[in-house]
Design a protein around this ligand. Structure first.
Ligand code: PHE
Length: 470
């Protein structure tokens, strides 16, 4: 690595800018698109309680570990791992691989969100009245005739716009691009979320959904609730993907890591909850099945908005919200990969961002196309049949959610607690900020034993127990 790069290393201009950027990374499609569906399927209020406990005990522990490694080394993930233990450098690369794969579908889904904004503005009649709008327009599958066609808009045009926006922001840099965008985008996102939530809970018939989300029914608690909550907590807090190491590496020494971690986990989780309290009551009020995954945000919600007065307006608002959530996360993903390439290989930011985005875009097209296109899906399906991964997208999600993300999270905990030494970590955190003795002791215990044990459990169960984590 060149000294040149080191000497001009980027920094956040303010602590609040850092917090907003980190919250921007955590609040993404995972919080708004995946979380409400998971909360619904796994018992509503019970799931929310377990989720909160897991965030406080394990999520915050791992996040603080990542920030500490990042700020101490002031390097992207591979360099950070290498500095603490040269033999671990390739493990640091796992995080880059995970970001790369997640981006390959994030870019497409981000494009779909833009496509929905466009459609609500220009074609709301079709969105509302054509139940197969999602398949027909976005994925390129005509249900009526059973034929597949190439989805130009869903796979190429809108994803390309989304990718270009992400690339432009990342090229502008940490302070002028990412920090600046988040300083405007995140307050806007919160404001929209609150408006939509108020609208949702005041819909006639929303009470039942609220009841489900507020009154715990402990008979619904199973081992799977914990597994799903743990997997979701990692994804939702952007842990286990090198992002918090990268973002932490741009933080000045005078900022308080422990407090920042608490704030970021708090805000990230609050938005997920607000999203849950927006979507579930709305879905109950409209009397539609919530569904899950992409069907949830793109299919069930069309019915919800259709039954609402000023539905087009609220529909647009919802997809604008989803757009802010998606782009602030996708820039954090791209930044982590770009930082690794620029710092390790001495490539300029612009070249790295554009080059990587082009490769990812090429791969990402298959994500959308493989959802329905008979030809491509046929090939993939045959190969994957035995493994029961029906589409490329499912395969990407399984590989990252079940394997790479927890594995990298595990390496971060072990590297900090056992290789570098938990005491050194505490010293780094204490450098300026306060970290009370009892809290530090508790964190050391969690990062040494509890977090690694919990992650090993997710990996084993996630890999061997069927769909426990999807
Ligand atoms: N946390 C983001 C979400 O909830 C997803 C994400 C994961 C973003 C990992 C960056 C890194 O959607």
């Amino acid at each position: 690595m060149s000294n040149h790069n080191q000497s001009i290393r980027a920094q956040w201009s303010s602590n609040i800018g850092f917090i907003l950027a980190a919250v921007g990374s955590t609040v993404g499609l995972g919080n708004i698109w995946k979380f409400p569906g998971k909360a619904y399927e796994n018992g509503g209020a019970v799931f929310l309680i377990i989720y909160l406990v897991i965030i406080a005990v394990i999520g915050a522990t791992v996040m603080l570990a990542e920030f500490t490694i990042g700020r101490h080394t002031k390097k992207e993930t591979v360099g950070a791992y290498r500095q603490l233990r040269p033999q671990w450098a390739s493990l640091g690369f796992l995080g880059v691989v995970a970001c790369f794969i997640v981006l390959c579908y994030y870019f497409q889904v981000g494009g779909w969100v833009l496509y929905y904004i466009y459609s609500y503005i220009f074609k709301s009649a079709e969105v509302f009245t054509d139940p197969s709008f999602y398949f027909n327009y976005m994925l390129g599958f005509n249900e009526a005739t059973g034929t597949a066609f190439f989805p130009w808009a869903g796979a190429i045009i809108f994803p390309l716009i989304f990718i270009s926006l992400t690339v432009i922001i990342v090229i502008r840099g940490v302070e002028k691009g990412i920090e600046k965008f988040n300083t405007i985008g995140m307050p806007a996102l919160f404001a929209i979320l609150v408006i939509l939530m108020i609208r949702a809970v005041t819909l006639p018939g929303a009470g039942e959904g609220l009841h489900y989300m507020l009154i715990p029914d402990f008979s619904r608690l199973t081992g799977e609730t914990f597994l799903v909550a743990l997997g979701q907590a990692f994804f939702s807090l952007s842990l286990g993907m090198a992002i918090m190491i990268t973002y932490g590496s741009y933080l000045r020494k005078e900022e308080n890591l422990a407090k920042n971690t608490a704030l970021i986990c708090g805000f990230g989780t609050l938005t997920a909850f607000l999203a849950g309290f927006m979507i579930i009551p709305a879905v109950y009020a409209a009397g539609v099945a919530p569904g899950k995954g992409s069907g949830f945000a793109f299919v069930s919600l069309a019915t919800v908005f259709q039954h609402m007065s000023a539905g087009v307006f609220f529909g647009i608002l919802f997809y604008v919200l989803l757009f802010f959530a998606a782009i602030t996360s996708s820039m954090s993903l791209l930044e982590s990969v770009v930082a690794a390439f620029t710092e390790r290989m001495n490539i300029g930011r612009k070249k790295a961002a554009i080059g990587l985005a082009v490769i990812m875009f090429a791969i990402s097209i298959f994500y959308t196309v493989s959802q329905v296109s008979v030809d491509i899906r046929g090939i993939w399906f045959d190969f994957a049949n035995g493994l029961s991964f029906p589409t490329l997208g499912d395969f990407m999600e399984l590989l990252t959610d079940r394997l790479l993300i927890p594995l990298y999270g595990l390496t971060a905990c072990l590297l900090l607690a056992w290789v570098w030494g938990a005491k050194n970590g505490v010293d780094e955190i204490r450098q300026r900020g306060k970290f009370p003795f009892k809290l530090a002791e508790g964190w050391v215990f969690l990062v040494k034993f509890i977090a690694p044990a919990a992650i090993i459990i997710i990996i084993i169960f996630g890999l061997f127990l069927g769909r426990a984590l999807t």
